[in-house]
Design a protein around this ligand. Structure first.
Ligand code: FE
Length: 201
């Protein structure tokens, strides 16, 4: 059993100027696809073959960990995005306001984490023992490896934004946070339902 590149849940042109078709061509069609191809080649004929993606992430090291975690992180990231602007469901909004005082303050702090992350990595909103937390992980590292429940992520590798925003990571982060987050998916991750959609195997 090998892993597959998941289809995007929207058309590559759906985001207009927020994220271009060219970005999806490279980010999904080249980068994400390469992580799938490399992972499948690395596990073939080994004890890792047949594991779910999340189990593989928890048991692999080095290059295999990096490629497997990047499959999962990207699959989850695509699901976090929506070409239609969505409202935050009330239950999630109440939790955000309770933890960060307001939705705007939450967005400010999430953007600070994403923009302040040095080099390649991912900014995350996670649930850690029932408490909302903003964090970031370097390179391919993933919440799957840390025992926290992922709710929302933004990819802050340069390949995520360079075509559309060049070096303007803050512009990319603000544009997506304000206009292109699938808050229904984020809320569904509170009970783990959405998370399983990023897993395979
Ligand atoms: Fe990426």
């Amino acid at each position: 059993m090998s892993f597959e590149l998941p289809s995007l849940p929207y058309s590559k042109a759906a985001f207009g100027n927020l994220l271009s078709e060219a970005t999806f061509d490279y980010h999904h069609g080249k980068h994400h696809n390469a992580y799938v191809t490399k992972t499948n080649a690395a596990i073939k004929g080994t004890a890792h073959e047949g594991k779910t993606l999340s189990k593989l992430i928890r048991t692999a090291e080095g290059g295999l960990f990096n490629n497997a975690a990047q499959i999962w992180n990207h699959s989850f990231y695509w699901l976090c995005l929506s070409p239609e602007k969505k409202a935050i469901p009330a239950d999630l909004e109440n939790m955000i306001v309770s933890e960060f005082d307001s939705v705007e303050e939450f967005k400010t702090r999430f953007a600070q984490e994403a923009n302040g992350h040095f080099g390649s990595g991912w900014a995350w909103l996670v649930l850690n023992e029932g408490k909302l937390e903003i964090t970031s992980y370097h390179d391919a590292d993933s919440p799957v490896a840390h025992g926290v429940k992922p709710l929302l992520t933004l990819d802050v590798w340069e390949h995520a934004y360079y075509i559309d925003y060049q070096n303007g990571r803050p512009d990319y982060v603000k544009a997506l946070l304000d206009n292109a987050i699938d808050w229904d998916f984020v809320a569904s991750n509170l009970d783990g339902e959405g998370v399983s959609r990023a897993d395979q195997g």
